[in-house]
Design a protein around this ligand. Structure first.
Ligand SMILES: NC(=O)c1ccc[n+]([C@@H]2O[C@H](COP(=O)([O-])OP(=O)(O)OC[C@H]3O[C@@H](n4cnc5c(N)ncnc54)[C@H](OP(=O)(O)O)[C@@H]3O)[C@@H](O)[C@H]2O)c1
Length: 254
């Protein structure tokens, strides 16, 4: 019987580390076929190896999400290999040096916009096209926002601007997707213990100019949340979910 039930197909960008890896592992463990994308092949292949040892179905496709041709090739592979996509987790992201606005180079600005915003657009554009044509029609897109989609940290103009922009992108896709049974939601994470967030535990600039260490939460909590969103029927959607370290500075203005 299980052979006649098609596994749901998911694509996770930035799957080789941190939140993407934890979420990919969780989806695999819950019966999803997972396509793993990221620029570096080695961590993706390591995850595929691990998945195959557990008889899970994973495929590594190295891809730079800022490269439109590479994203098209990624989706060609998904279409050819699996014929459909049920879940896109737009997770790949990056930060820029924490400097005053006038000291941020144009190249650093563009690199963050290209990855955190245009990369999400390119993957969403391709997923939308596939999801609206496939049978059964529809699918789900989850965008990885941030607490920075709500409030900036000091010295974070590029990161904060792109994460705020993701909120608009999420709302647009959510609206335009209705006609095609495409649900779109956003997960706004605060201080999950990954390489990117390591510096939070060491001490980061606060609004009052002090440097303070901040509490982190286990990245597995994010995987729990993403799985919950991923397993909903397409008739229901978590539009926005904020999952954060309980005592991090945000609520209460500090
Ligand atoms: N950790 C947190 O507390 C936190 C809080 C809020 C939001 N987030 C968001 O969560 C996401 C993942 O962050 P993380 O904490 O897990 O950090 P991370 O371990 O640095 O993960 C970032 C991932 O994105 C991939 N990536 C970067 N640029 C890429 C590109 N151009 N094309 C394809 N893949 C690319 C990286 O792989 P390659 O280098 O191999 O490409 C890496 O696997 C980001 O969007 C981040 O903004 C994290």
């Amino acid at each position: 019987m299980s052979e006649t039930i098609q596994r749901k197909v998911a694509l996770v960008t930035g799957a080789g580390s941190g939140i993407g890896r934890a979420c990919a592992r969780r989806l695999l463990a819950n019966g999803f076929t997972v396509v793993l994308a990221g620029r570096r092949a080695a961590p993706l292949e390591a995850l595929v190896q691990e998945a195959h040892e557990r008889s899970e179905e994973a495929l590594a496709v190295p891809c730079d999400v800022t490269d439109a041709a590479a994203v098209d090739a990624l989706f060609d592979t998904i279409r050819t290999r699996y014929g459909r996509l049920d879940l896109l987790f737009n997770n790949a992201g990056r930060n820029a040096p924490a400097v005053d606005i006038d000291e941020l180079s144009v190249d650093d600005w563009r690199a963050v916009v290209d990855t955190n915003l245009s990369g999400v657009f390119l993957c969403t554009r391709a997923a939308f096209g596939l999801m609206k044509q496939q049978t059964p029609r529809g699918g789900r897109i989850v965008n990885n926002g941030s607490i920075s989609a709500h409030a900036p940290r000091p010295f974070s103009i590029a990161y904060t601007a792109t994460k705020h922009a993701i909120t608009g992108l999420t709302k647009s896709v959510s609206l335009d997707g209705r006609r095609y049974d495409i649900a779109c939601g956003q997960i706004d994470i605060g201080n999950a213990a990954t390489e990117m967030a390591e510096r939070m535990a060491r001490g980061v600039p606060q609004a009052n100019g002090e440097i303070a260490a901040e509490p982190l939460m286990d990245v597995e909590v994010v995987a729990d949340s993403l799985l919950h969103m991923a397993q909903l029927p397409l008739s229901a959607n978590v539009q926005f979910m904020t999952v954060m370290a309980t005592k991090m500075p945000f609520v209460g203005r500090g």
